[in-house]
Design a protein around this ligand. Structure first.
Ligand code: RP5
Length: 172
């Protein structure tokens, strides 16, 4: 098996259904990854060990997913110079706003690239990781360009269908 380039760390197994969006993107782009559960609060030593060894074994980007008082991404960013992409989980009393603020409001000096709350953020974390890797991988950059063209083509098809429907009396 190829060495993982992306390390996905989740605070809990309850984050996994959402983080499958990241996995799907990485699989589509054929990027080898590793997925682990480790918590900033419940298993701080494990988190520290996992992250401090990451660069040495070839990891290039770390994606961190956590909910509620979500310190995982910040704690990870404190331990490494690898880029850290954060995904705030939806849920809890504040429905993800707590995790979003915990991740996005990092003090100067410890950057964390925070995505949207929930599934859209998880998907974009995968794409963002691919974009970072594509800076030094022309084949991956080519796959990203094709992906973008595919999205544009989909919008064209939808617009064409809309125009046809309007010309036909506006029925859907
Ligand atoms: C966070 O607490 C986890 O990332 C998860 O989103 C949330 C709840 O965890 P569980 O109580 O479901 O394990 O640390």
């Amino acid at each position: 098996m190829e060495n993982p380039l992306v390390l996905i760390v989740m605070g809990s197994d309850s984050d996994r259904p959402v983080m499958e969006e990241t996995v799907e993107v990485l699989k589509d782009f054929k990027v080898p990854f590793e997925m682990r559960i480790s918590s900033a609060h419940r298993s701080p030593q494990k988190t520290s060990a996992l992250v401090s060894g990451a660069a040495g074994r070839g990891i290039k980007v770390i994606v961190a997913a956590a909910g509620v008082a979500a310190h995982l991404a910040g704690v990870i960013a404190a331990e490494t110079i690898l880029p850290v992409v954060a995904v705030p989980m939806q849920g809890g009393a504040l429905n993800g706003l707590d995790a979003l603020y915990s991740m996005v409001q990092m003090p100067g000096g410890i950057p964390v690239a925070t995505m949207a709350i929930g599934k859209a953020g998880a998907k974009n974390a995968g794409l963002f990781a691919v974009q970072i890797l594509a800076l030094s991988d022309p084949a991956l950059a080519g796959r990203l360009a094709v992906y973008k063209e595919g999205m544009a083509a989909e919008v064209e098809q939808k617009d064409l269908a809309l125009q046809n429907s309007l010309a036909d009396g506006g029925r859907t």
